[in-house]
Design a protein around this ligand. Structure first.
Ligand code: ADP
Ligand code: MG
Length: 314
């Protein structure tokens, strides 16, 4: 039986720092990422992909905002769905071409617009923390706050920015469909950008909400729900470090759940970057997953073979 791996791709898989974000740039990065994924499929792993969408959904929000003089702007859940769609398109396009080239066309890629259920009573709704979209002047930010009831904060001298809640993912709504597709041998791309956050209202109906789910935490849910053996987070650093960016920095290799939990308690992993990755990996292993890995995109296959990256096991 081949091992099943859920791979959560970071921002660098789609856009490099300093790039403008043209379609060509994004497609070229995706192609480079897909080369790593195809190596995993060649090595007989069952691969499920998820990815971030920060810069892409940021751009979508700006398009809606600036276009609103002619066409009504849509809410964040719609923008999230848009970004899942076009990022998924880039991946399926690139994957089908690369897989065909390698004679692996029986592994067909499919992208699923995915909703992730969150708890409407999640504390995050009381305290929005995740900055999204464009920077505005104080005047426009204050106007938006009074007109739309949004929360805007001043961001380190760079201007004003909207902040939205970042609730914990409770359940992948499409998980049964995803499981079927994976079991049938499809290469599934799901829960992009952490998924579209939805709540179940008092009538039992799903409703989209203005929030952003962390893609690493949603990836862990996905890994649980497809019964993955391995949960792998690929980013732009080779390993997790303690005392990161200080003279006492030390990279971490193979770690037990206990050891990693102790370091997390000591506060080594920054909120908003490495924090959620470590948290997601700890959850996966705690929930019975065999192994969680944090590694650089460039060393994906070596990390899968336990030769690189940070490995968290029991
Ligand atoms: P992604 O798009 O992959 O989620 P993030 O920027 O959210 O990327 O997280 C990766 C970043 O986390 C790295 O570029 C690194 O600068 C930062 N980071 C913060 N704390 C640590 C740590 N303890 N060890 C390694 N990297 C860390
Ligand atoms: Mg991140």
């Amino acid at each position: 039986m081949s091992e099943r791996v859920v791979v959560a791709l970071g921002g660098n898989a789609i856009l490099q720092r300093g790039q403008r974000g043209t379609a060509q740039e994004q497609m070229a990065n995706v192609q480079h990422t897909v080369e790593q994924i195809v190596r995993m499929i060649e090595a007989d792993y069952d691969v499920v992909l998820t990815h971030g969408n920060g810069p892409q959904v940021g751009a979508t929000l700006i398009r809606h905002e600036l276009g609103s003089v002619q066409i009504p702007a849509m809410s964040m859940d719609f923008c999230g769905a848009e970004s899942q769609g076009f990022i998924g398109y880039m991946f399926v396009q690139s994957l089908s071409n690369s897989l065909r080239e390698k004679g692996l066309e029986k592994h067909q890629p499919v992208c699923l617009v995915t909703r992730v259920e969150v708890d409407p009573h999640d504390q995050a709704f009381i305290n929005p923390t995740k900055p999204v979209g464009p920077f505005y002047t104080q005047e426009r930010a204050l106007q938006r706050m009074s007109e739309k009831g949004e929360t805007w904060i001043e961001d380190a001298g760079r201007g004003w920015r909207r902040v939205v809640p970042s609730p914990d993912p409770a359940r992948i709504v499409e998980s049964e469909v995803i499981r079927h597709l994976v079991n049938d041998g499809f290469v599934v791309i799901a829960s992009g950008g952490g998924g579209i956050p939805v709540v179940v209202d008092h009538n039992g109906e799903y409703k989209g909400v203005e929030a952003v789910i962390d893609k690493d935490l949603a990836g862990e849910r996905l890994a649980q729900e497809v019964e993955a053996d391995i949960f792998m987070i690929l980013t732009d650093v080779p390993q997790v470090a303690i005392n990161y960016n200080t003279p006492r920095q030390k990279w971490l290799g193979v770690m037990s759940l206990r050891e990693m939990e102790a370091l997390e308690k000591e506060g080594h992993f920054k909120a908003g970057s490495m924090g959620p990755k470590v948290k997601a990996c700890l959850r996966f292993v705690r929930n019975g997953g065999k192994r969680a890995v944090i590694a650089s995109l460039e060393e994906a296959i070596e990390a899968l073979q336990m030769k690189k990256g940070t490995q968290i096991t029991h």
